[in-house]
Design a protein around this ligand. Structure first.
Ligand code: NAP
Ligand code: HSE
Length: 428
């Protein structure tokens, strides 16, 4: 008789219920594939009385996830509560201290505490797996740590927040303004409890920081991610970008340069016909470039019960099979301190300005750009109101630092009605 792998699941929301369903419905398949039964010993959530559309009678109940994590009949603590402090952190630390392996979908927890948790895990001979934390159902952590382990990774990029991609594509397809689509997304339950995690780019920034750690062998450095959300993207920008042959995406890019590690998560223009430009709704896409493989593109559902539970189960099955890989691909103490480099690789930029409609206003802006060494590729002045002149400029390649200086100088001209929207045009 083979020894079962016994799970303790903390969190019975969207993801937790999905995991319980797979364990219940696919018991034979899981046992065949891993060579041993995978069973649930105990579960925990805040409310014991909530109807969760799945039968939990066979499992012990713990009100306290820390107690669950410490149970003798739990081999793997499955953390599906969320949040980077409180119960999720305490229970994960308790599980590791008790010598349990951990599977989590919690990108915030690992983005903030990944290094210390990984060090604790390795000191205790435990593993932490987190496939579900990045890009939902896409096995991107497995691709980086295993399938592409023979490569020097040169760049990782992608669309990693389904909610933002839903909002941006819905604005595009229905011609609706940001506020209306945001309200729709909220009504559909797509937004995190704190919506700023999604639309502020924070959730996607967490994911990028985790991928960068594995890709470049550096300690997770979420603080080093340059973050910009999608809140200022207007329907006008979506239309203007489309007329130029682009789509706007919340795009993450991490690359190691001679100056250090660049990590940025920001709305960018990408060519409409590119795989990233074609990405619709809640779908995620991660592009990995390595010296040997050249380029790998992974695409799939970024969230939801089934896709996220699928990723959690992939990790569980690896543990059941005896696969034990360092949290971020190499032993935690060998991860290098990330040297933060400001993203400064040159790119063309899209600038949307609203100027006072008076003589010399546009000339002042053109002068500022020229004085900062920024050359104009295309320019259009459209859709005037009585007093304002919206101006669209596409620059030739320039560095972000030069653009930021120019924007500061534009503010000082006194001809700008509001802050410009400046979006990088990314080559993908
Ligand atoms: P959720 O639906 O809000 O469920 C959270 C669960 O955790 C609930 O069952 C809740 O209990 C329980 N919980 C919260 N605080 C607790 C505490 N202090 N003690 C005990 N139980 C507690 O969240 P979710 O969408 O399943 O997400 C779970 C994790 O997966 C998060 O880290 C999230 O970022 C990550 N993730 C989610 C998705 C997705 O598509 N949803 C995708 C990728 C990653 P009650 O039910 O009793 O309130
Ligand atoms: N809020 C996240 C998203 C959930 O929209 O992608 C999945 O991590």
């Amino acid at each position: 008789m083979t020894t079962p792998l016994r799970l303790g699941i903390a969190g019975l929301g969207t993801v937790g219920v999905g995991v319980v369903k797979i364990v219940r419905q696919k018991a034979n398949l899981l046992a065949q594939r891993s060579g041993r039964p995978v069973v649930i010993s105990a579960v925990s959530a805040r409310s014991r009385d909530k109807d969760r559309s799945v039968n939990l009678d066979a499992y012990a109940w713990e009100d306290d996830p820390v107690a669950l994590a410490q149970r003798d009949d739990v081999d793997v603590f499955v953390e599906l509560m969320g949040g980077h402090e409180g119960a999720a952190r305490l229970a994960t630390e308790a599980a590791l201290a008790a010598g349990k392996d951990v599977v989590t979908a919690n990108k915030a927890l690992l983005a903030h505490h990944g290094q210390s948790l990984a060090e604790t895990a390795e000191a205790k001979g435990c593993v932490i797996r987190f496939e579900a934390a990045v890009a939902g159902g896409i096995p991107v952590i497995k691709a980086l740590t295993e399938g592409l382990a023979g490569n020097d990774i040169t760049r990782v990029m992608g669309v990693m927040n389904g909610t933002c991609n839903y909002i941006l594509t819905r604005m595009q397809d229905a011609g609706l303004p940001y506020d209306q689509v945001f309200a729709e997304a909220e009504a559909l339950g797509y937004l995190e409890a704190d919506p700023n995690l999604d639309v502020g780019g924070i959730d996607a920034g967490h994911k990028l920081a985790l991928l960068a750690s594995i890709a470049f062998g550096t300690r997770v450095d979420f603080a080093g991610v340059e973050l910009e959300g999608i809140q200022r993207i207007a329907i006008e920008d979506i239309h203007q970008a489309a007329e130029l042959g682009y789509r706007i995406k919340l795009l993450g890019v991490a690359q190691m340069t001679g100056r250090g590690l660049e990590q940025r998560m920001s709305p960018c223009l990408v060519p409409e016909e590119s795989p990233l430009g074609q990405l619709k709704g809640g779908t995620n896409m991660v592009v990995i470039e390595g010296d040997a493989v050249e380029q790998v593109v992974l695409r799939g559902p970024g969230a939801g019960e089934g896709p996220t539970a699928s990723a959690v189960m992939g990790d569980v099955m690896d543990i059941a099979r005896g696969l034990r890989i360092s949290t971020f691909g190499i032993p935690a103490r060998e991860l290098a301190e990330a040297k933060v480099a400001q993203s400064n690789s040159p790119a063309p930029y899209y600038l949307h300005l609203t100027l006072e409609d008076r003589p010399g206003a546009l000339a002042k802006i053109a002068t500022v750009l020229g004085e900062n060494g920024i050359s104009i590729d295309r320019m259009r002045q459209t859709r005037h109101s009585d007093t304002n002149a919206p101006v669209l400029i596409v620059t030739h390649k320039t560095q972000r630092a030069a653009l930021d200086t120019a924007v500061e100088a534009m503010r000082a001209t006194g001809v700008m009605v509001n802050d410009p929207v400046a979006l990088r045009i990314e080559t993908v």
